[in-house]
Design a protein around this ligand. Structure first.
Ligand code: PXL
Length: 263
């Protein structure tokens, strides 16, 4: 029986355009009708065209928010989004280690959607360590490449990278999302430690903003409701596919998703 009153938490950065980041996570939580909470890590100047600048909160204030909010309301699942600096990533790692939660989803925000690096070498190393806390880690194709330190372009390379992220970095479930790939279907590669499964949907003929965040947030909402990982990932894929299908153009860049009620 799904726990429809579940409270779920995102630790993420602000996207003032409302399409990605903390805003995408909270809209996804609301659409799936769980109770959303958020610990802010940084503010960006993001629009549908991307990010050009950001400002970080201190790791101490990230920790302060996290400790206060989780002591007040116990999260049923926790997601991380943009953490950016080695110091914030290490702080979040310490906070998650202290509460030993088994429904942690790490969305390792490490590249732009075009695959350009966002993180320093130190921050990337800290992110590889944080991934070990994940019940589910959800890198995009270029982010998976940063995690394994080589570029990935074929299905065979996706499979090898998913297995390596499980084995060497310690994430229990690895889902490499292929939103910007070149095949006809938008197929995400899921490795659960034993078998590979592909999560498939039609690839839609326009670029969107925030799809990776919404997928990961939807998986978090489902885990928080008490669903197992398979149901959580199938539910997340269905949710994000619908939100992409309904996305309408706004602004000068990629279409933000349409977060309509989905449960
Ligand atoms: O989609 C990744 C992402 C995460 N978090 C913030 C963002 C973005 C992308 O624009 O702005 C705050």
């Amino acid at each position: 029986m799904a726990d429809t009153s579940a409270a779920v938490l995102t630790i993420a950065g602000s996207d003032p355009s409302g399409g990605a980041g903390m805003q995408a996570d909270l809209k996804t939580f609301a659409a799936l009708q769980v109770y959303g909470m958020s610990v802010l890590t940084l503010a960006t100047d993001c629009t549908t065209e991307g990010v050009t600048d950001l400002q970080l909160l201190t790791p101490e204030f990230v920790a302060h928010q996290f400790r206060r909010v989780t002591a007040d309301i116990a999260p049923a699942a926790i997601k991380t989004g943009m953490l950016f600096s080695a110091e914030i990533i290490e702080q979040v790692d310490a906070l998650l280690s202290a509460i030993d939660h088994d429904r942690i989803i790490i969305d390792p925000v490490m590249t732009t959607r075009r695959g350009e690096r966002l993180l320093s070498d130190d921050a990337e190393a800290a992110m590889r360590a944080l991934v070990g806390r994940a019940r589910i880690v959800t890198p995009s194709l270029p982010e998976a490449g940063r995690l394994v330190q080589r570029s990935i372009s074929s299905s065979a390379e996706m499979i090898a990278a998913a297995k390596q992220i499980h084995r060497e970095l310690g994430a229990r479930h690895v889902v490499i999302t292929d939103g910007h790939g070149t095949t006809d279907t938008a197929a995400d590669c899921w490795f659960d430690g034993e078998a590979i499964r592909w999560l498939e949907a039609d690839r839609l003929p326009f670029a969107v903003h925030g799809a990776g965040d919404a997928f990961s947030a939807a998986a978090t909402a489902h885990l928080g409701m008490g669903y197992d990982v398979e149901r959580a990932l199938d539910g997340a894929k269905a949710f994000v596919t619908e939100a992409i299908r309904n996305a309408t153009p706004r602004g000068q860049g990629n279409r933000p998703l349409a977060y309509s009620l989905a449960r």
